[in-house]
Design a protein around this ligand. Structure first.
Ligand SMILES: [Fe+2]
Ligand SMILES: [Fe+2]
Length: 188
């Protein structure tokens, strides 16, 4: 006589949700040494992650260029404190671009520094406003776009690549600080 509940117990033991390592992936990790730090657990997502990181890299470069432009033009507008803030942000966006490029290489990809289609690949815009408040506003818009893009990337990557996720989380928290600082300068 068959017991239907026994079948359920059996399927629990066969359940793939148990916390066991994938032995065949451990074996596969011993091969393909040319892939460096990239092991089978990256699955089919590695290329998508590299694409996401390259788009973020383009965004960081455009943000660095916009802040540099604003730093040099704001210096002449009797607002040294805001100009200094733009310079600090430019330096931090540069650091972000370096972290992203570093991670792209670790994943076996090529960081795309090409200037030819930089604006097309960037999520944020360049800006040549002459007026301080317009500069602050355009930077705040760009930071909000970056915050949204990084939040979506972190959600998409989830537990597929924890190292990349940590890099993105650290960058995201700095973009949130940038947005916070800019909104303090913005007059309603
Ligand atoms: Fe950034
Ligand atoms: Fe930023």
């Amino acid at each position: 006589m068959s017991n239907p509940s026994l079948g359920n117990v059996q399927s629990l033991h066969d359940d793939t949700s148990r916390l066991r390592l994938d032995e065949s992936a451990l074996e596969a990790a011993k091969r393909s040494l040319e892939k460096g730090a990239v092991t089978p657990s990256y699955g089919p997502w590695r290329e998508d992650i590299i694409k996401l990181l390259n788009d973020a890299l383009a965004t960081e470069i455009v943000c660095m260029l916009r802040y540099k432009r604003h730093y040099y033009t704001a210096k002449g507008l009797s607002s040294p404190a805001i100009a200094e803030e733009f310079l600090v942000h430019a330096q931090e966006e540069t650091a972000h671009s370096e972290q992203l490029a570093e991670r792209i290489v670790q994943l076996g990809g090529e960081p795309d520094f090409s200037p030819s289609n930089l604006l097309d690949r960037s999520h944020a815009d360049y800006d040549e406003s002459a007026d301080l408040q317009a500069m602050i506003r355009s930077n705040l818009i760009a930071e909000r776009v970056a915050i949204e893009a990084y939040s979506q990337m972190i959600a998409l990557i989830g537990d597929k690549d924890s190292t990349t996720r940590r890099v993105l989380e650290a960058i995201l928290s700095q973009e949130q600080e940038h947005a916070d600082e800019l909104s303090d300068w913005l007059t309603p």
